[in-house]
Write a protein that binds this ligand. Sequence first.
Ligand SMILES: Cc1ncc(Cn2c(C)c(CCOP(=O)(O)OP(=O)(O)O)sc2=O)c(N)n1
Ligand SMILES: Nc1ncnc2c1ncn2[C@@H]1O[C@H](COP(=O)(O)OP(=O)(O)O)[C@@H](O)[C@H]1O
Ligand SMILES: [Mg+2]
Length: 568
Amino acid sequence: PSAAAEQELTDGFHLVIDALKLNGIETIYGVPGIPITDLGRMAQAEGIRVVSFRHEQNAGNAAAIAGFLTKKPGVCLTVSAPGFLNGLTALANATTNCFPMILISGSSEREIVDLQQGDYEEMDQLAIAKPLCKAAFRVLHAADIGIGVARAIRAAVSGRPGGVYLDLPAKLFSQVMDAEAGAKSLVKVIDPAPAQIPAPDAVKRALDVLKGAKRPLIILGKGAAYAQADETIRAFVETSGIPFLPMSMAKGLLPDTHPQSAGAARSTALKDSDVVVLIGARLNWLLSHGKGKTWGDAPKKFIQVDIEPKEMDSNVEIAAPLVGDIGSVVAALLAGLDGTWQAPPADWVNTLNTKRDENIAKMAPRLMKNSAPMDFHGALGALRTVIKERPDAILVNEGANTLDLARGIIDMYQPRKRLDVGTWGVMGIGMGFAIAAAIETGKPVLAVEGDSAFGFSGMEVETICRYNLPVCIVIFNNNGIYRGLDTDPTGRDPGTTVFVKDSRYDKMMEAFGGVGVNVTTPDELKRAVDAAMDSGRPTLINAVIDPAAGTESGRIGNLNPQSVVKRK
Ligand SMILES: Cc1ncc(Cn2c(C)c(CCOP(=O)(O)OP(=O)(O)O)sc2=O)c(N)n1
Ligand SMILES: Nc1ncnc2c1ncn2[C@@H]1O[C@H](COP(=O)(O)OP(=O)(O)O)[C@@H](O)[C@H]1O
Ligand SMILES: [Mg+2]
């Protein structure tokens, strides 16, 4: 045989797979098609779990939340142009939420794209992706695949995590090269997310500010959940005795029933606190930009813990910026709580606890209503009990009323168990998040969906059945977006925010072999969810909610522009 035949070869396909496996990537979420169908098949044959979706946006959302849950970049694989574009919303959302993910898309050859010669699915994908993500790379030569994958992984998880785009032109996959040289070209990423130790004087400054506090408050953000420094954070909160307020996806870092939880006294906590410790939480719209009536008139001092130095002073002056990774920073703060540390004044703690307990007592009767038609509070009262009984279940949540009310009513008991619309308030994350949560953790998933929110990713019920995932979807069916009563004043069409009356989403799940249930009372709802959680079978529960029960845009209606012009 010729020397060439003796020489063992490898190619782009194999180098991409070897590079991913070398770096511990075990799952790919995607939609097959030219030029990456065979890449998916070959990756699957080599032991990577390849989860095929019905739309790339959902695959991208799955990859993003996989990154949040595991601290390894979730990988989404798409075809060129339209498939790539469908993945971009998820990539941009991941970047906004600081979730590490890599969108890998096949693409057209540069020479054709740059001459605009009309290739199949031609698009300058790298240029389009760049403004929407944290980093973007393209690989043209097989020998560069190892470095390209390594750069994408490190960019996704180091510093502030985010979305990375990796552009692989079709011809790269079939490029061959010497197998030995190929193996040598692979790069194992060493320490991709190194500890970022805070400067000692920054720690001292923060502790001095904290020691001067009369009414301190700790706000835990999703960065604190992502950091997986759960014990250190818990120790800091409990040793300091400072009341804490969890942002939506930080719920469960300490149980919402914890004696220091100020969750149910949020407005008092924000208004009356005098020193606020932000841990992995940005002072963006979700915290009213740290100013205005939400924060009261008394001067506030902010201590901010964040891995991103540029986040400091984004909205208001930060008296004690603490740049570093949350695990290292909180450990340093905890170590600084030496014998001189005084617990917060009892009157401050009691004020918050009294307010909290009042608000919980006021809400309680509304959660017990076992009537039909259900309202949001009655239905959520049942689901609140489910999560209390099953604290390791993962709760996925989106909608308007369905989201805003569930956030306050369903207590969480463990970290990283509540996955929701995040910083953008984006609809459509539901099924992608539910699929990845089930696949990455093996835990049962309860997806509590507004009927409109569900509609953005609802076709993935087939994907859930195909992989037989332990996902229980509860759709709050109030016949519409926000409510189900809108009308068209001309009488010609339905109102712009209503859906078909008395629709039966549970039939959709039955279409693919899953379990469909229609419920009209909280008791029926609880029984159906318990059965789904016990069986682990894909289940969709159509929970009939009174169409009059909601309010427009849930709790953020004030963000809507108002028309002052009245037509004659
Ligand atoms: C991608 C996208 N499109 C549209 C919206 C606007 N929007 C939309 C369309 C929502 C759905 C609310 O209806 P729902 O049925 O999901 O929930 P409720 O009826 O319980 O309020 S909530 C919201 O902010 C959005 N946030 N994100
Ligand atoms: N490991 C980490 N260490 C420190 N900061 C982190 C870490 N991971 C993420 N972050 C920061 O956490 C912040 C998360 O803020 P945000 O998404 O606004 O949370 P929330 O919406 O829950 O308030 C981001 O500014 C991000 O830079
Ligand atoms: Mg609705």
